[in-house]
Design a binder for this molecule. Sequence first.
Ligand code: DHB
Length: 397
Amino acid sequence: TRVDVGIVGGGPAGLMTALLLKRRGISAAVVETRSKDEIHRTQRAGILEAGTVQMLVDADIGSRVLTDGHEHPGTVLSFEGVQHRIDFQELVDRSVWLYPQNEVFLDLATAWEREGGQIHWSVSDSSVEGIESDAPALTFRDEHGDRGRIEAKLIVGADGSRSKCRKLIPEDVRTDYFTAYPFAWFGILCEAPPTAPELIYANSEVGFALISQRNESVQRMYFQCDPQTDPEQWEEEAIFDHIQQVLGEGVELKRGPIFEKTVLPFRSYVCDPLTYQRLVLAGDAGHTVPPTGAKGLNLAFCDVRALIPRVEEFLAQSESATDPFAPLRNYSRTALDRVWKAQNFSYWATNLLHRQPDENAFAHQRRRGEFDAITGSVYGRAYFADSYTGWADIHGQ
Ligand code: DHB
Protein backbone atom coordinates (compact mmCIF):
# COMPACT_ATOMS: atom_id res chain seq x y z
CA THR A 1 0.00 0.00 0.00
CA ARG A 2 0.90 3.63 -0.55
CA VAL A 3 -0.20 6.38 1.81
CA ASP A 4 0.97 9.89 2.63
CA VAL A 5 1.93 9.10 6.23
CA GLY A 6 2.91 5.78 7.81
CA ILE A 7 2.38 5.70 11.56
CA VAL A 8 4.22 3.36 13.93
CA GLY A 9 2.10 2.86 17.04
CA GLY A 10 -1.66 2.59 17.52
CA GLY A 11 -1.88 4.24 20.93
CA PRO A 12 -3.53 7.62 21.49
CA ALA A 13 -0.72 9.61 19.81
CA GLY A 14 -0.68 7.50 16.64
CA LEU A 15 -4.44 7.19 16.30
CA MET A 16 -5.13 10.87 16.96
CA THR A 17 -2.52 11.75 14.32
CA ALA A 18 -4.13 9.37 11.83
CA LEU A 19 -7.62 10.76 12.42
CA LEU A 20 -6.66 14.43 12.25
CA LEU A 21 -4.60 13.87 9.09
CA LYS A 22 -7.60 12.22 7.49
CA ARG A 23 -9.71 15.27 8.37
CA ARG A 24 -7.32 17.27 6.19
CA GLY A 25 -7.44 14.85 3.32
CA ILE A 26 -4.07 13.26 4.12
CA SER A 27 -4.00 9.46 4.02
CA ALA A 28 -2.40 7.44 6.81
CA ALA A 29 -1.90 3.82 7.83
CA VAL A 30 -1.04 2.54 11.30
CA VAL A 31 0.96 -0.49 12.47
CA GLU A 32 0.96 -1.63 16.10
CA THR A 33 2.77 -4.51 17.78
CA ARG A 34 0.18 -5.06 20.52
CA SER A 35 -3.41 -6.21 20.07
CA LYS A 36 -6.26 -3.78 20.48
CA ASP A 37 -7.45 -5.66 23.54
CA GLU A 38 -4.02 -5.58 25.18
CA ILE A 39 -3.76 -1.80 24.82
CA HIS A 40 -7.30 -1.34 26.04
CA ARG A 41 -6.58 -3.39 29.17
CA THR A 42 -3.36 -1.51 30.07
CA GLN A 43 -4.02 0.88 32.93
CA ARG A 44 -2.82 4.43 32.37
CA ALA A 45 -3.62 7.81 33.90
CA GLY A 46 -7.11 9.18 33.99
CA ILE A 47 -6.91 12.97 33.92
CA LEU A 48 -7.43 15.02 30.76
CA GLU A 49 -6.60 18.69 30.45
CA ALA A 50 -9.31 20.99 29.08
CA GLY A 51 -7.40 21.28 25.76
CA THR A 52 -7.25 17.49 25.41
CA VAL A 53 -11.01 17.24 25.93
CA GLN A 54 -11.47 20.00 23.35
CA MET A 55 -9.36 18.06 20.84
CA LEU A 56 -11.47 14.94 21.37
CA VAL A 57 -14.65 16.94 20.86
CA ASP A 58 -13.35 18.88 17.83
CA ALA A 59 -12.08 15.68 16.17
CA ASP A 60 -15.74 14.66 15.89
CA ILE A 61 -15.06 10.98 16.57
CA GLY A 62 -18.00 10.35 18.86
CA SER A 63 -15.83 10.33 21.99
CA ARG A 64 -17.77 9.59 25.16
CA VAL A 65 -15.63 12.00 27.20
CA LEU A 66 -18.42 14.49 27.85
CA THR A 67 -21.04 11.87 28.67
CA ASP A 68 -18.98 9.24 30.54
CA GLY A 69 -16.17 11.45 31.82
CA HIS A 70 -16.41 13.56 34.95
CA GLU A 71 -15.51 17.21 35.11
CA HIS A 72 -13.23 17.99 38.06
CA PRO A 73 -13.25 21.70 38.84
CA GLY A 74 -10.50 21.31 41.44
CA THR A 75 -8.23 18.92 43.32
CA VAL A 76 -7.00 18.44 46.86
CA LEU A 77 -3.41 18.66 48.09
CA SER A 78 -2.98 16.98 51.46
CA PHE A 79 0.08 17.62 53.62
CA GLU A 80 0.62 15.84 56.93
CA GLY A 81 -3.06 15.07 57.16
CA VAL A 82 -4.34 18.58 56.39
CA GLN A 83 -6.32 19.05 53.17
CA HIS A 84 -6.07 22.11 50.94
CA ARG A 85 -8.41 22.45 47.96
CA ILE A 86 -7.12 23.97 44.72
CA ASP A 87 -10.13 25.45 42.94
CA PHE A 88 -9.18 25.36 39.24
CA GLN A 89 -12.36 27.06 38.08
CA GLU A 90 -12.00 29.99 40.44
CA LEU A 91 -8.26 30.34 39.85
CA VAL A 92 -7.85 29.82 36.10
CA ASP A 93 -11.38 29.31 34.80
CA ARG A 94 -10.70 25.77 33.54
CA SER A 95 -11.40 22.23 34.72
CA VAL A 96 -9.84 18.86 34.05
CA TRP A 97 -11.80 15.69 33.18
CA LEU A 98 -11.51 12.30 34.73
CA TYR A 99 -11.75 9.96 31.73
CA PRO A 100 -9.36 7.00 31.73
CA GLN A 101 -6.85 6.78 28.93
CA ASN A 102 -8.09 3.29 28.01
CA GLU A 103 -11.40 4.90 27.08
CA VAL A 104 -9.64 7.61 25.05
CA PHE A 105 -7.85 4.81 23.21
CA LEU A 106 -11.09 2.91 22.58
CA ASP A 107 -12.83 6.04 21.25
CA LEU A 108 -9.97 6.68 18.83
CA ALA A 109 -9.55 3.07 17.69
CA THR A 110 -13.30 2.66 17.19
CA ALA A 111 -13.49 5.86 15.14
CA TRP A 112 -10.48 4.98 12.99
CA GLU A 113 -11.84 1.51 12.21
CA ARG A 114 -15.39 2.78 11.66
CA GLU A 115 -14.06 5.31 9.16
CA GLY A 116 -12.28 2.55 7.28
CA GLY A 117 -8.80 3.63 8.39
CA GLN A 118 -5.99 1.16 7.69
CA ILE A 119 -4.57 -0.36 10.87
CA HIS A 120 -2.61 -3.54 11.49
CA TRP A 121 -2.73 -4.74 15.11
CA SER A 122 -0.41 -7.40 16.58
CA VAL A 123 2.30 -7.02 13.96
CA SER A 124 5.77 -8.54 14.43
CA ASP A 125 9.18 -8.06 12.81
CA SER A 126 8.25 -4.47 12.05
CA SER A 127 10.84 -2.05 10.77
CA VAL A 128 11.12 1.39 9.27
CA GLU A 129 13.11 1.73 6.07
CA GLY A 130 14.51 4.59 4.10
CA ILE A 131 13.82 7.68 6.20
CA GLU A 132 16.80 9.27 4.44
CA SER A 133 15.35 8.47 1.00
CA ASP A 134 12.32 9.93 -0.80
CA ALA A 135 10.30 6.80 -0.22
CA PRO A 136 10.33 5.56 3.38
CA ALA A 137 8.37 2.42 4.20
CA LEU A 138 7.02 0.36 7.08
CA THR A 139 7.53 -3.37 6.77
CA PHE A 140 6.03 -5.97 9.10
CA ARG A 141 4.44 -9.36 9.50
CA ASP A 142 0.71 -9.16 10.18
CA GLU A 143 -1.15 -11.24 12.77
CA HIS A 144 -1.45 -14.13 10.28
CA GLY A 145 2.29 -14.07 9.65
CA ASP A 146 1.95 -12.53 6.17
CA ARG A 147 4.44 -9.89 5.08
CA GLY A 148 3.17 -6.32 4.76
CA ARG A 149 4.69 -3.15 3.36
CA ILE A 150 3.39 0.40 3.57
CA GLU A 151 5.10 3.05 1.47
CA ALA A 152 4.77 6.64 2.57
CA LYS A 153 6.21 10.11 2.23
CA LEU A 154 6.66 10.57 5.95
CA ILE A 155 6.86 8.28 8.98
CA VAL A 156 5.42 9.23 12.37
CA GLY A 157 7.02 7.31 15.25
CA ALA A 158 4.36 7.12 17.94
CA ASP A 159 5.65 3.86 19.40
CA GLY A 160 5.77 4.75 23.07
CA SER A 161 8.43 5.24 25.69
CA ARG A 162 10.51 2.27 24.50
CA SER A 163 10.42 3.65 20.97
CA LYS A 164 12.41 1.90 18.26
CA CYS A 165 11.77 4.78 15.84
CA ARG A 166 13.66 7.17 18.11
CA LYS A 167 16.83 5.12 17.61
CA LEU A 168 16.68 5.92 13.88
CA ILE A 169 17.71 9.49 14.66
CA PRO A 170 21.51 9.21 14.46
CA GLU A 171 23.34 9.66 17.74
CA ASP A 172 25.33 12.62 16.48
CA VAL A 173 22.08 14.43 15.65
CA ARG A 174 20.15 13.51 18.77
CA THR A 175 20.51 14.61 22.38
CA ASP A 176 18.90 12.38 25.02
CA TYR A 177 18.02 14.20 28.24
CA PHE A 178 17.30 11.85 31.09
CA THR A 179 16.77 11.81 34.82
CA ALA A 180 15.92 8.93 37.17
CA TYR A 181 14.05 8.95 40.48
CA PRO A 182 14.73 6.78 43.53
CA PHE A 183 11.09 5.65 43.84
CA ALA A 184 8.18 4.18 41.91
CA TRP A 185 4.39 4.07 42.26
CA PHE A 186 2.44 1.12 43.54
CA GLY A 187 -0.89 1.31 41.69
CA ILE A 188 -4.09 -0.53 42.58
CA LEU A 189 -7.61 -0.88 41.27
CA CYS A 190 -10.26 -1.77 43.82
CA GLU A 191 -14.00 -2.25 44.05
CA ALA A 192 -15.10 0.66 46.19
CA PRO A 193 -17.03 3.91 45.87
CA PRO A 194 -15.06 7.17 45.56
CA THR A 195 -13.37 8.33 48.76
CA ALA A 196 -13.85 12.00 47.83
CA PRO A 197 -15.43 13.90 44.92
CA GLU A 198 -12.03 15.03 43.56
CA LEU A 199 -8.51 13.58 43.42
CA ILE A 200 -6.32 13.81 46.52
CA TYR A 201 -2.54 14.19 46.12
CA ALA A 202 -1.07 13.54 49.55
CA ASN A 203 2.32 13.82 51.19
CA SER A 204 3.23 12.73 54.72
CA GLU A 205 6.22 11.49 56.65
CA VAL A 206 5.77 8.09 55.00
CA GLY A 207 5.71 9.55 51.49
CA PHE A 208 3.19 10.06 48.72
CA ALA A 209 -0.25 8.71 47.90
CA LEU A 210 -2.84 9.61 45.24
CA ILE A 211 -6.50 8.80 45.50
CA SER A 212 -7.95 8.79 42.01
CA GLN A 213 -11.14 7.35 40.59
CA ARG A 214 -12.54 5.30 37.77
CA ASN A 215 -16.31 5.20 38.30
CA GLU A 216 -18.97 4.81 41.01
CA SER A 217 -17.73 1.34 41.95
CA VAL A 218 -14.04 1.12 40.92
CA GLN A 219 -11.26 3.27 42.33
CA ARG A 220 -7.62 3.85 41.36
CA MET A 221 -5.02 4.60 44.03
CA TYR A 222 -1.25 4.87 44.09
CA PHE A 223 1.42 5.16 46.75
CA GLN A 224 5.13 5.75 46.66
CA CYS A 225 7.27 2.61 46.87
CA ASP A 226 10.76 1.33 46.23
CA PRO A 227 11.25 0.52 42.50
CA GLN A 228 12.22 -3.09 43.45
CA THR A 229 8.91 -3.73 45.24
CA ASP A 230 7.18 -7.02 44.43
CA PRO A 231 3.45 -6.15 44.33
CA GLU A 232 2.52 -9.62 45.53
CA GLN A 233 4.29 -8.98 48.84
CA TRP A 234 1.70 -6.40 49.84
CA GLU A 235 -1.56 -7.64 51.39
CA GLU A 236 -4.79 -5.75 50.83
CA GLU A 237 -5.17 -4.53 54.41
CA ALA A 238 -1.56 -3.34 54.57
CA ILE A 239 -2.02 -1.36 51.35
CA PHE A 240 -5.11 0.44 52.61
CA ASP A 241 -3.60 1.00 56.07
CA HIS A 242 -0.57 2.58 54.45
CA ILE A 243 -2.60 4.88 52.17
CA GLN A 244 -4.78 5.85 55.13
CA GLN A 245 -1.64 6.72 57.09
CA VAL A 246 -0.49 9.03 54.27
CA LEU A 247 -3.93 10.68 54.19
CA GLY A 248 -4.13 11.15 57.96
CA GLU A 249 -7.33 11.20 59.96
CA GLY A 250 -9.16 13.97 58.09
CA VAL A 251 -10.30 11.67 55.27
CA GLU A 252 -11.61 8.14 55.60
CA LEU A 253 -10.42 5.94 52.77
CA LYS A 254 -13.15 3.80 51.15
CA ARG A 255 -11.83 0.23 50.91
CA GLY A 256 -12.83 -2.74 48.79
CA PRO A 257 -11.41 -5.84 47.08
CA ILE A 258 -8.23 -5.07 45.14
CA PHE A 259 -8.16 -6.69 41.68
CA GLU A 260 -5.02 -5.17 40.19
CA LYS A 261 -1.59 -4.37 41.64
CA THR A 262 1.29 -2.98 39.58
CA VAL A 263 4.53 -1.10 40.14
CA LEU A 264 5.03 1.82 37.75
CA PRO A 265 8.52 3.06 36.87
CA PHE A 266 9.48 6.70 37.16
CA ARG A 267 11.66 8.64 34.80
CA SER A 268 11.92 11.82 32.81
CA TYR A 269 13.23 11.74 29.26
CA VAL A 270 13.36 14.10 26.28
CA CYS A 271 14.68 13.43 22.78
CA ASP A 272 15.83 16.55 20.92
CA PRO A 273 15.12 17.01 18.05
CA LEU A 274 11.87 15.13 17.51
CA THR A 275 12.60 14.73 13.82
CA TYR A 276 15.19 13.52 11.36
CA GLN A 277 14.69 13.56 7.59
CA ARG A 278 11.37 11.77 6.88
CA LEU A 279 10.76 10.70 10.48
CA VAL A 280 8.97 12.61 13.24
CA LEU A 281 8.29 11.44 16.79
CA ALA A 282 5.08 12.12 18.72
CA GLY A 283 4.02 11.34 22.29
CA ASP A 284 5.99 9.08 24.63
CA ALA A 285 8.33 8.07 21.79
CA GLY A 286 9.87 11.52 22.03
CA HIS A 287 9.51 12.19 25.75
CA THR A 288 8.48 10.53 28.97
CA VAL A 289 7.27 12.21 32.15
CA PRO A 290 6.85 10.72 35.60
CA PRO A 291 3.15 10.07 36.31
CA THR A 292 2.66 12.82 38.93
CA GLY A 293 0.27 15.31 37.35
CA ALA A 294 -0.87 12.98 34.54
CA LYS A 295 0.83 14.91 31.75
CA GLY A 296 1.75 11.98 29.45
CA LEU A 297 -1.32 11.69 27.24
CA ASN A 298 -2.01 15.42 27.38
CA LEU A 299 1.47 16.11 26.10
CA ALA A 300 1.04 13.55 23.33
CA PHE A 301 -2.09 15.35 22.16
CA CYS A 302 -0.22 18.69 22.22
CA ASP A 303 2.42 17.10 19.97
CA VAL A 304 -0.28 16.00 17.57
CA ARG A 305 -1.89 19.43 17.56
CA ALA A 306 1.46 21.04 16.69
CA LEU A 307 2.35 18.32 14.17
CA ILE A 308 -0.70 18.23 11.89
CA PRO A 309 -0.30 21.66 10.20
CA ARG A 310 3.45 21.05 9.78
CA VAL A 311 2.83 17.70 8.07
CA GLU A 312 0.36 19.40 5.76
CA GLU A 313 2.99 22.04 4.98
CA PHE A 314 5.69 19.41 4.44
CA LEU A 315 3.54 17.40 2.00
CA ALA A 316 2.34 20.46 0.07
CA GLN A 317 5.84 21.65 -0.88
CA SER A 318 7.08 21.49 -4.43
CA GLU A 319 9.82 18.97 -5.22
CA SER A 320 12.31 21.78 -5.58
CA ALA A 321 11.86 23.21 -2.06
CA THR A 322 15.29 24.27 -0.80
CA ASP A 323 14.79 23.17 2.80
CA PRO A 324 11.99 20.57 2.71
CA PHE A 325 12.42 19.51 6.33
CA ALA A 326 11.99 23.01 7.79
CA PRO A 327 8.30 22.46 8.68
CA LEU A 328 9.21 19.31 10.60
CA ARG A 329 12.00 21.06 12.50
CA ASN A 330 9.48 23.77 13.30
CA TYR A 331 7.19 21.14 14.77
CA SER A 332 10.03 19.85 16.92
CA ARG A 333 10.80 23.30 18.30
CA THR A 334 7.16 24.15 19.08
CA ALA A 335 6.46 20.78 20.65
CA LEU A 336 9.63 20.79 22.77
CA ASP A 337 8.76 24.17 24.32
CA ARG A 338 5.61 22.63 25.69
CA VAL A 339 7.39 19.38 26.58
CA TRP A 340 9.94 21.16 28.77
CA LYS A 341 7.20 23.10 30.53
CA ALA A 342 5.43 19.86 31.32
CA GLN A 343 8.73 18.17 32.24
CA ASN A 344 9.31 20.95 34.73
CA PHE A 345 5.85 20.63 36.24
CA SER A 346 5.99 16.84 36.48
CA TYR A 347 9.46 16.95 38.05
CA TRP A 348 8.51 19.73 40.44
CA ALA A 349 5.22 18.13 41.53
CA THR A 350 7.02 14.79 41.96
CA ASN A 351 9.61 16.31 44.27
CA LEU A 352 7.02 18.36 46.15
CA LEU A 353 4.88 15.31 46.84
CA HIS A 354 7.37 12.47 47.39
CA ARG A 355 9.77 11.63 50.14
CA GLN A 356 13.38 11.04 49.12
CA PRO A 357 14.78 7.80 50.60
CA ASP A 358 17.62 9.64 52.37
CA GLU A 359 15.61 12.69 53.38
CA ASN A 360 16.87 14.59 56.42
CA ALA A 361 14.97 16.85 58.80
CA PHE A 362 15.94 19.97 56.85
CA ALA A 363 14.46 18.55 53.62
CA HIS A 364 11.24 17.75 55.41
CA GLN A 365 10.86 21.21 56.93
CA ARG A 366 11.75 22.83 53.62
CA ARG A 367 8.91 20.88 51.97
CA ARG A 368 6.53 22.18 54.63
CA GLY A 369 7.57 25.68 53.56
CA GLU A 370 7.08 24.86 49.90
CA PHE A 371 3.63 23.44 50.55
CA ASP A 372 2.69 26.58 52.45
CA ALA A 373 3.93 28.73 49.58
CA ILE A 374 1.64 26.85 47.19
CA THR A 375 -1.48 26.24 49.24
CA GLY A 376 -1.36 29.35 51.43
CA SER A 377 -1.39 31.94 48.66
CA VAL A 378 -3.67 32.62 45.74
CA TYR A 379 -0.58 33.02 43.54
CA GLY A 380 0.81 29.66 44.59
CA ARG A 381 -2.52 27.94 44.06
CA ALA A 382 -2.90 29.66 40.68
CA TYR A 383 0.56 28.38 39.65
CA PHE A 384 -0.48 24.84 40.46
CA ALA A 385 -3.89 25.23 38.81
CA ASP A 386 -2.49 26.80 35.64
CA SER A 387 0.10 24.04 35.20
CA TYR A 388 -2.14 21.14 36.17
CA THR A 389 -4.99 22.16 33.87
CA GLY A 390 -2.60 22.79 31.00
CA TRP A 391 -1.53 26.42 30.41
CA ALA A 392 -4.05 28.63 28.65
CA ASP A 393 -1.67 30.17 26.10
CA ILE A 394 -1.33 26.92 24.19
CA HIS A 395 -5.03 26.13 24.21
CA GLY A 396 -5.80 29.64 23.08
CA GLN A 397 -8.33 30.35 25.81
C1 DHB B 1 -4.23 9.27 37.62
C2 DHB B 1 -2.88 9.12 37.38
C3 DHB B 1 -2.03 10.16 37.59
O1 DHB B 1 -0.70 10.02 37.36
C4 DHB B 1 -2.49 11.38 38.05
O2 DHB B 1 -1.62 12.39 38.26
C5 DHB B 1 -3.83 11.55 38.26
C6 DHB B 1 -4.69 10.48 38.06
C7 DHB B 1 -5.16 8.15 37.41
O3 DHB B 1 -4.72 7.05 37.07
O4 DHB B 1 -6.38 8.32 37.61
